[in-house]
Design a protein around this ligand. Structure first.
Ligand SMILES: [Zn+2]
Ligand SMILES: [Zn+2]
Length: 341
């Protein structure tokens, strides 16, 4: 028997249970989990904002060591380190064929590790070998966080929004995804303004390369942005919060023709003034997680040293519910990670 933290019911803590080691199918790999990053989506699942399929082991930022391989698996060997791309696009629908696996028409009827299939808050996890990415010698807690925070940031910057050199980009929200997004925007040559409420998080954003930081609680976001951009406004606003407040600030801080990209997952209706979108030709788009090839790119970036880890806190698996409470209350700066020996 091995340990797993399982989700049963909306509004309830995860249950720590002893479960059987998963049996490996012909196309599967059994991972001995070493690190599982903690994402705000876990809180959304527990609160019922994001649908899942309980009972299920949560944790979708998963890195570990290959412990066993199915008979058909040829490209992984025991003892090798790997990170999981947690969603399973079908590869055959129109969206997949167009290279947009993240909006695969069949995404939600296929395994999503840590959502609809057992994920990483456990000692072992079974995954389809196709969902695995080889890892070079980088810390496994860092690697785990690339699996969601990393690719979500990369997809928003790289796919939805090929930034131009010297674009002015605002990152609204300096949680884990925002911390990677600001680094990636800097690597693309943009000038980056990070917006958040927590001074400690804003300090971290600065240390990771943000050119300017704005504390949202001062309520002077538009004025500060106009000052920084000589009255012009930012070219791109990437919104990791998504609320009436963030949309209001975004639409008053964009330059004409600017882009607003929504990444934060909220199911609360927001109000916008459509006129401003027409008169200033703003565009508004959503961006969802990222593709496996983007995870492969990120692993290379991490190995090169250009992308820095945002993991600041490690917790034991048995401490998961306390750790998730800290996350819920905004007490984790960067990313928290469950570390398993
Ligand atoms: Zn996530
Ligand atoms: Zn598909």
């Amino acid at each position: 028997m091995v340990r797993a933290a399982r989700f049963y019911e909306i509004g309830k803590s995860l249950k720590l249970e002893d479960v059987d080691i998963p049996e490996v199918g012909d196309n599967d790999v059994l991972l001995k989990i070493k690190a599982a990053g903690m994402c705000h989506s876990d809180i959304h699942i527990i609160d019922g904002v994001i649908a899942s399929m309980p009972p299920v082991t949560l944790g979708h930022e998963i890195a570990g060591e290959v412990a066993e391989i199915g008979t058909n698996v040829k490209n992984f060997t025991r003892g090798e380190k790997a990170v999981v791309h947690f969603l399973s696009p079908c590869g055959t629908c129109n969206c997949c064929l167009a290279g947009n696996g993240m909006i695969c028409e069949n995404l939600f009827v296929r395994p999503g590790y840590g959502f609809s299939a057992d994920g990483g808050y456990a000692e072992y996890c079974k995954v389809d070998a196709e969902r695995l990415v080889h890892l070079p010698d980088i810390p496994l807690d860092f690697a785990a966080t690339l699996g969601c925070a990393g690719i979500t940031a990369y997809h928003a910057i790289n796919n939805k929004n090929k930034l131009d050199l010297m674009d002015d980009v605002a990152i609204y929200g300096v949680g884990g995804v925002g911390m990677y997004a600001l680094q990636l925007a800097k690597l693309r040559g943009a000038r980056v303004i990070a917006i958040g409420r927590n001074e400690e998080k804003l300090k971290m954003a600065e240390s990771l390369g943000a050119d300017y930081v704005i504390n949202a609680s001062t309520n002077k976001i538009k004025d500060e942005i106009k000052k920084i951009t000589n009255g012009r406004g930012v070219d791109v606003m990437i919104d990791f919060v998504v609320s009436d407040e963030s949309i209001k600030h975004s639409s008053s801080s964009l330059t004409n023709g600017g882009k607003m990209i929504l990444v934060g997952v909220s199911n609360k209706p927001i109000s916008i003034n459509p006129q401003v979108f027409v008169l200033k030709e703003f565009s508004l788009t959503g961006s969802l997680v990222g593709n496996k090839n983007e995870l492969i790119d990120l692993v290379k970036l991490a190995k090169s040293g250009k992308l820095k880890s945002i993991v600041t806190k490690e917790f034991a698996l048995d401490d998961i519910n306390n750790a998730l409470e800290l996350l819920r209350n905004g007490k984790i700066v960067g990313r928290g990670c469950i570390s398993i020996q």
